[in-house]
Design a protein around this ligand. Structure first.
Ligand code: TXA
Ligand code: MG
Length: 330
């Protein structure tokens, strides 16, 4: 394939998508790899470019609530409430899919994930195209999601038609995915819209149970978010947290002391051992930086990325989920 075009032009992005091309697009969560949702050949190219397993469905991105009807059969009242409250924003709703949608969009399921991204450029693209845009995260399958256009280029140069260039993403973790096909909204993937946020609209909203995971959210079956370095939990190092510090250092690791990096909310007890340290001023900043930090650490050639543990609630739940999966502990 020819070189990937870098552009800041909405019109150019629209023209490429209209003719069945693949364009990486900025969103508030992570960059997505876009193709028109009604074009099965373009959708097949997404799976090829990413090396994505064929059983992992895509998210359809819309520019308005009216456009949701282009991909779904019906919108349950509870889903409409969530759209009205949280869109545009980092919330994907799983709803029954229209029968005329290409099977690549849903990986053969009867449902489809839909969201309205909170990014003016990308909404302008979708609006001008006039068709919803299917977009998984714009990384090679299994790699950390891209939070900059440069990260997209690192993974997909020469494999996609264009990248719509914009700034780094502001949330940094992928959207909350919520199943709205049953009686109550069920979180399939945690994100920046938290359980408490959902419960403020629908008090009965809940997490998925572990036994529900595999069939409800196919993406959970696959390897995810792994940089070319081991990712592990450490800490927490909050001085108020009693007795929960890191276990004694592993002696076999001492010889690699100069090849680890650290990200967290607090100073690590042994800063000299790290070649790269990022102390995030808030949980939101930790989330925003995580995937970029993985990639920077990888470029440093570190063997081990140490992530400070955070309480598994609110945004901390999404962070914990991504770090668990990157570390292979889920
Ligand atoms: O923030 C995001 O959601 C980003 C940006 C680009 O919008 N997109 C993203 O897409 O993270 P992707 O493909 O990397 O993750 C989509 C997740 C997967 O875990 C997939 O299994 C789940 O959504 N999903 C999509 N359609 C589904 C469906 N019909 N039922 C259950 N889960 C679904
Ligand atoms: Mg992804």
């Amino acid at each position: 394939m020819a070189d990937t075009i870098l552009t800041t032009s909405v019109a150019e992005a629209v023209a490429i998508l209209a003719s069945g091309g693949l364009v990486a697009l900025p969103t508030e969560t992570v960059y997505g790899l876009g193709a028109r949702a009604d074009d099965s050949r373009a959708l097949a190219r997404i799976f090829e470019a990413k090396g994505r397993p064929a059983d992992n469905p895509l998210i359809a991105h819309v520019a308005s609530i009216e456009q949701v009807g282009d991909v779904v059969l019906s919108i349950a009242p509870c889903a409409r409430d969530l759209m009205e409250r949280f869109w545009p924003g980092p919330l994907t709703l799983v709803l029954p899919v229209r029968e005329d949608m290409p099977s690549q969009l849903t990986a053969g399921l009867q449902t489809v994930g839909v969201r309205m991204p909170d990014h003016a450029l990308t909404r302008a693209v979708i609006k001008a195209l006039g068709v919803p845009v299917a977009a998984p995260s714009a990384n090679r399958s299994g790699r950390p999601s891209p939070t900059t256009w440069e990260a997209v280029r690192e993974d997909l140069e020469g494999r996609i038609d264009a990248i719509l260039q914009a700034g780094p993403t502001t949330v940094g973790l992928e959207s909350t995915v919520v199943d709205c096909t049953g009686d109550v909204p069920v979180i399939l993937r945690p994100g920046a819209i938290t359980l408490a946020d959902l419960q403020s609209v629908h008090p009965e909203a809940r997490q998925r149970r572990p036994d529900e995971a595999a069939h409800r959210s196919p993406g959970l079956r696959h390897r995810h978010y792994r940089p070319d370095a081991e990712v592990r939990w450490v800490g927490p190092f909050d001085t108020d947290a009693s007795g929960t510090g890191e276990a004694a250092p592993d002696p076999t690791e001492a010889k690699h002391a100069a090849s680890a990096s650290y990200i967290g909310l607090h100073d690590p007890p042994d800063p000299l051992r790290y070649v790269r340290i990022e102390i995030a001023p808030s949980l939101a900043a930790y989330a925003r930086s995580l995937f970029h930090f993985f990639r920077l650490s990888e470029a440093d050639g570190v063997r081990s990325i140490h992530c400070e543990r955070v309480p598994c609630e609110g945004l901390g739940q999404a962070l914990t989920d991504r770090i668990d999966r990157a570390s292979g502990s889920e």
